[in-house]
Design a protein around this ligand. Structure first.
Ligand SMILES: NC(=O)c1ccc[n+]([C@@H]2O[C@H](COP(=O)([O-])OP(=O)(O)OC[C@H]3O[C@@H](n4cnc5c(N)ncnc54)[C@H](O)[C@@H]3O)[C@@H](O)[C@H]2O)c1
Length: 256
């Protein structure tokens, strides 16, 4: 693995690291020279990720945490700061995809989805921004979704959380632009990840569901985690130095 790369020497916190888009981003960011703090509640998934990164010559630390829990988030950021003395990139990616129509949702389901998908971004931002301000800048990337731009059936709660991520991103981009902190969000379309596979098989007819999902895509296929990671890399790197407040659509044309 080269010591150079687009993120050489950068310290990156990535949440939802154990699977899917987060995992592919950890692998790519490490390959591009970042030191990766991999945050997930899945201890075993994270352990296998870290082994893979270290085996490839990269630097990464596994951090087990619930991103919706303030004390967990503060512990993670304190650990990163004491290990590397700074943080350059925060990629708030962890998320869950609740289904159902509004009248069948419980209050607990509603609160938990907002806590994981939205509040976590506030908690991590609150914890890292003082360091960004002190060091003269930083980058935040939040994972939103195509559903923030084009709704899908039976996804009202999910769509509401991802719409909130979009608005939070734009507001923070304005609030911190003068401090050299760029804030963007990624809007993935249907992407082949463990979480998507679980949704595709939930109805009992995976093949039929997969066909239905592909039919929504002008490019006639699902996205993959590596494609999302490439977009994330662009947005957190200096290649995107003039990009802030954007909702970066990477969805095979689904939102058209
Ligand atoms: N896959 C898609 O089609 C798709 C489309 C649009 C947006 N997204 C968004 O992309 C992000 C990643 O999705 P994915 O498909 O890679 O999901 P995934 O389920 O494959 O991976 C998500 C990871 O987040 C972790 N996680 C979940 N809740 C957590 C918590 N409370 N604390 C710590 N870790 C937690 C899981 O353990 C898992 O490792 C999510 O925000 C999702 O909403 C996905």
């Amino acid at each position: 693995m080269s010591i150079g790369g687009k993120l050489a020497g950068k310290i990156a916190i990535i949440t939802g690291s154990a699977a899917g888009i987060g995992r592919a981003s950890c692998l790519l960011f490490a390959k591009e020279g970042a030191h990766v703090a991999a945050v997930d509640c899945d201890f075993e998934g994270n352990a296998s990720l870290i082994a893979q990164i270290r085996n490839d010559g990269g630097t990464a630390e596994p951090l087990t945490a619930d991103v919706a829990c303030a004390s967990d988030v503060d512990r993670v950021v304190e650990h990163v700061l004491s290990r590397w003395q700074r943080v350059d990139i925060l990629f708030n990616n962890a998320g869950i995809v609740p289904g159902k129509k509004v009248h069948t949702l419980t209050e607990e389901e509603w609160d938990r989805a907002f806590a994981i998908n939205v509040k976590s971004m506030y908690l991590f931002s609150r914890a890292v921004i003082p360091s960004f301000l002190q060091q003269g800048g930083g980058v935040i990337l939040n994972t939103s979704s195509t559903t923030a731009l084009r709704v899908a059936p039976d996804r009202a709660l999910y769509t509401a959380t991802k719409g909130a991520v979009l608005s939070l991103t734009k507001s923070m981009a304005v609030d911190y632009a003068a401090d050299n902190i760029r804030v963007n969000c990624l809007c993935p379309g249907t992407t082949d990840t463990p979480s998507l596979r679980a949704r595709l098989s939930a109805g009992g007819n995976t093949e039929e569901m997969t066909k239905k999902f592909i039919a929504r895509q002008p490019l006639r296929r699902l996205g993959n985690s590596e494609e999302m990671a490439q977009a994330a890399l662009y947005l957190v790197s200096d290649d995107a130095s003039f990009v802030t407040g954007s909702a970066f659509q990477i969805d095979g044309g689904m939102s058209l």
